[in-house]
Write a protein that binds this ligand. Structure first.
Ligand code: PEP
Ligand code: MG
Length: 908
């Protein structure tokens, strides 16, 4: 299709050299304009200068590219002259052009559009005569000089605080005339504006505004190419992973005018509702206006369809008479045009088989399409449109699955802010989007107070420097959680996601003063009881109350989920510690629990006392006495989980965190503990001191605890086996898996495996029955991954703890990385937050290697991942490639992981 020397592709009434499939060469806009011509849809004729010309421009410079494309551009303009029966540069009846950029991926706001190119002091008179409308002609010229002066000649505000210099002049002229609106300015005023604009340009830029249309055109083309490397575009590309090598195309088209009187208009329309996904053609337009007027939002736009118009009137509290009089729909106002638009929209949607976002202009009763593209949409619209198009036979199952961006399902699963209420809200601070959803509530600083307030029926937001397992109950009753410290896998973040609770973590600007019970952000101080709101999906903290609304799961969501099961290879399990969480996970389609963090059970009710008694005990006998109290409670916990997850595997992990996490660190709570337990404050203090570690995450935790205190492992193993036998006795099928955390050498694993197997034998002998169970190892230390073959000889399954594996491989603390990671991301030292999306090049290699080594000695080794990465779509695709059997993630991410797993399977 493409010859090596060709850079310009024309499209017009009966010729179109481009096509939709040529997006890489022609950019999205150019390719679709060409495609519309092929479909017989009327677009203003034009030509596209390819992205390759842009690349050549960057590499070889302006002069070389001028040589390359000059002839083709001349031929392109000739083509337009023939199409329109006018000449470029003819002052009596000028051919006017628009110039727009258009990259392969849409990059909103990268470069502004230039309209009305070709006007100068003589041509404006010609245009006035030809249209018999001097005001229109001078307004067109005014807009052109303004846009060109800004975009091409670079006349910008001097500083950020400065106003747009052109707008300042417009305001001055309006003030002189004593009028308020641009539309109150007459032809003479607009003429004065043009003169003043040109003087301003001469004074500030040191050059005259170009009068030669060819000079204008080339200036515009170079400006588009240059804009590809302006700061705004570079930042946008960086954020959206768009390579600089793509380049942008330039689209040159003949002008059509939506501002040529009352039979002209301009608008935007969607083939389906972008908010809800409803299959309803909708959109907005303005009579006698140019595109930028719609965007500027000065006038209230009218609705395209009658239904849309009536719905709008209801919401805007506009009476039916008033609506008909002042805001009639296009369907009522110009029924013929509306039918043509509807026809074009249907053609385009059927052709592209996706919801279309179109721009159109009506010039004196004739419809022109300016653009079409696949429309942006909300998460729920994404699901509905995909499933309805599948039902309508427009797309197949695989396409339907690929149409939904997994992360966008979040919008359906959690409460969101009422969009209207959010607009007016003020952002106080930003942190990490640790757990999605929206929450509004009164500030409390202590977990126990969160409980008291919540019991009294108040909505609270728990604000902490950082959270610890002690805060669990307070977190569970809070509407949302805000922490000043901590990353994406900090305690607050992990627990909040598990609970499906909104959380913003690591909001560095927030200073918490627990004593004064205040939170300060800069100069502003907020007290206990003040209202704030959190957006956990964006990581934003707002002042005051913002109304929220619940997520609604539609039937389409269920259908989409059912479809994922047909295509995905991996199983999706959930990280769940309580029967409630297990129920949520099951409802979302989890087919097992991949991680039960048993320590979370240690904080509930009376058990924390028994845990503390164990920690304070001076010897094994003392510890066993305390553990005996814990046994029935822990057994009860496991029974609940097994019952909830009947028929599905439940993976239980032995105690993992360092023991100091179970003791209070402030004196007041230490005193309470002393009183409750009847021991001296001194003893508690001493134990806290003994347990202090400089680096607790690399300290006495994981299997190291069970090796020092095998009686803890024994109690936990007994609780698991007894619970499993009890539940099985009730006729429920249980599938038990026990795993050992933080293993670095097979000897660690063996030491714990001995205790577990011995305990199993004892329990089975006592009960006179046996039970199948799997005994596996977490792989979460780099050494564990390196030694995977030797560990797999003993362990029956692996579960990658990618949170710790990331922490230890990168040497980044999970809890403190927030201090430098943003800077690292900004400077591109790391491309993504490695705690959110697996570091494929580093940590990922360890995962792949451990899977291979493990399966080399045990081919049927079951392998899963239970770190937070199990719920990240990009990581899920990686794990699919690495051959894992399952991923395990927080219950609310199960649908996301299911979809991501299906997409990964389809892609491979
Ligand atoms: C992990 O390290 O990835 C893991 C799942 O364990 P935790 O987050 O509890 O340390
Ligand atoms: Mg871990």
């Amino acid at each position: 299709m493409k010859s090596p020397e060709k850079f310009v592709y024309v499209f017009g009434s009966n010729r179109s050299e481009g096509a939709a499939a040529m997006k890489n060469l022609l950019g999205g806009k150019g390719a679709n304009l060409a495609e519309m011509c092929r479909l017989g849809i009327t677009v203003p004729s034009g030509f596209t200068i390819s992205t390759e010309a842009c690349t050549a421009f960057t590499e070889q410079g302006r002069d070389a590219v001028f040589e390359l494309i000059q002839g083709e551009v001349l031929a392109g303009v000739k083509f337009l002259e023939t199409e329109m029966g006018k000449s470029f540069g003819d002052a009596s009846d000028p051919l006017l052009l628009s110039v727009r950029s258009g990259a392969r991926a849409s990059m909103p706001g990268m470069m502004d559009t230039i309209l009305n190119l070709g006007l100068n002091d003589e041509a404006v008179l010609g245009l006035a005569r030809k249209t018999n409308d001097a005001r229109f002609a001078w307004d067109s010229y005014r807009r052109f000089v303004q846009m060109y002066g800004d975009v091409v000649m670079g006349l910008k505000p001097v500083s950020k605080e400065d106003h747009d210099p052109f707008e300042v002049i417009i305001d001055m002229v309006k003030a002189q005339k004593g009028v308020k609106l641009d539309t109150d300015l007459d032809a003479d005023d607009l003429k004065e504006l043009v003169q003043r604009f040109k003087s301003l340009i001469r004074a500030r830029i040191g050059r005259d505004f170009p009068t030669d249309p060819w000079e204008q055109l080339w200036g515009a083309v170079w400006a588009v190419f240059e804009s590809w490397n302006n700061e705004r575009a570079c930042v946008y590309r960086e954020l959206n992973d768009i390579p600089a090598s793509w380049g942008t195309a330039v689209n040159v088209q003949v002008m059509v005018f939506g501002n040529l009187g009352d039979s002209s208009a301009t608008g935007v329309a969607f083939s389906r509702d972008a908010g809800t996904g409803e299959d309803l053609f909708n959109g907005e337009f303005l009579v006698n206006a140019q595109g930028e007027d719609v965007v500027a939002g000065i006038r209230t736009p009218q609705q395209v369809s009658l239904v849309g118009s009536q719905r709008w009137a209801e919401l805007a509290l506009v009476s039916e008479e008033e609506r008909q009089l002042h805001y009639p729909s296009l369907q009522e106002l110009m029924p013929d045009i509306y039918q043509q638009l509807l026809h074009a929209e249907t053609t385009l949607e059927n052709h592209f088989r996706d919801m279309q976002d179109i721009e159109f202009t009506i010039q004196q009763g004739k419809l022109w399409m300016l653009q079409t593209r696949n429309g942006k949409r909300t998460g729920s619209a994404m699901v509905r449109i995909a499933m309805e198009m599948l039902q309508q036979g427009m797309i197949d199952e695989k396409t339907a699955l690929q149409r939904v961006v997994p992360d966008r399902l979040n919008e359906l699963l959690h409460p969101i802010f009422d969009p209207g209420a959010r607009k007016a809200a003020v952002i106080l601070a930003r942190g990490l989007p640790a757990s999605p959803g929206a929450a509004t509530g009164q500030i409390v600083f202590h977990a126990d107070e969160a409980e008291t307030w919540a019991k009294a029926g108040k909505d609270v937001i728990l604000v902490r420097q950082e959270t610890s397992p002690e805060d669990l109950r307070g977190m569970s009753v809070a509407r949302g959680i805000l922490t000043a410290r901590g990353g994406m896998t900090s305690h607050a973040a992990v627990v909040a996601r598990g609970m499906g609770k909104c959380c913003v973590s690591g909001a560095g600007a927030v200073h918490v003063d627990l004593k004064a019970r205040t939170m300060s952000i800069g100069e502003a101080v907020y007290h206990e009881g003040d209202w704030i709101s959190l957006d956990g999906s964006a990581g934003e903290v707002y002042a005051g109350q913002i109304a929220t609304k619940d997520a609604e799961l539609s039937g389409d969501f269920g259908k989409l989920m059912a479809l994922t099961d047909k295509y995905k290879r991996m199983d999706i399990r959930a990280n769940a510690d309580t029967p409630d969480e297990a129920m949520v996970a099951r409802n979302f389609g989890a087919t097992g629990i991949g991680l039960c963090r048993t320590e979370h059970m240690f904080f509930e009710g009376a058990r924390i006392l028994a845990v503390r008694e164990m920690i304070l005990a001076d010897n094994e006998a003392g510890r066993r006495k305390a553990l005996a109290k814990l046994l029935p409670m822990q057994r009860g916990d496991f029974e609940g989980l097994f019952r909830e997850m009947h028929d599905l595997p439940v993976t239980i992990r032995l105690l993992d965190p360092p023991l100091h996490e179970f003791l209070p660190h402030d004196e007041a709570n230490q005193r309470t503990m002393a009183a409750e337990m009847g021991v001296s404050l001194g003893k508690i203090r001493m134990r806290v001191e003994e347990l202090h570690e400089f680096n607790p995450m690399m300290g006495h935790r994981g299997c190291r605890l069970g090796i020092s205190y095998p009686e803890i492992t024994e109690m936990q193993a007994r609780a698991v086996f007894e619970a499993a036998l009890n539940v099985r006795a009730a006729g429920i099928h249980v599938k038990t898996e026990i795993m050992v955390p933080l293993v670095g050498t097979v000897r660690e694993f063996n030491a714990q495996a001995d205790v577990i197997r011995r305990t199993a034998a004892t329990v089975f002998a006592e009960r006179g029955e046996t039970l199948d169970y799997l005994l596996g190892s977490m792989i979460e230390t780099p050494r564990g991954a390196l030694m995977a073959d030797s560990i797999a000889r003993q362990a029956e399954f692996f579960s990658f703890g990618t949170n710790d594996l990331t922490q230890m491989t990168l040497g980044f603390s999970r809890d403190d990385a927030g201090k430098f990671l943003p800077e690292y991301l900004k400077r591109g030292i790391y491309e993504h937050d490695p705690f959110r999306s697996i570091d494929q090049k580093g940590v990922g290699v360890l995962v792949q290697m451990a899977v291979e080594k493990g399966r080399s000695v045990r081919p049927d080794l079951e392998v899963g991942v239970c770190g937070e990465h199990g719920g990240d779509p990009v990581s899920v695709a990686f794990f699919d490639q690495a051959g894992l059997d399952y991923v395990s993630c927080s219950p609310y991410r199960v649908p996301i992981a299911r979809l991501a797993a299906a997409q990964a399977a389809i892609a491979s």
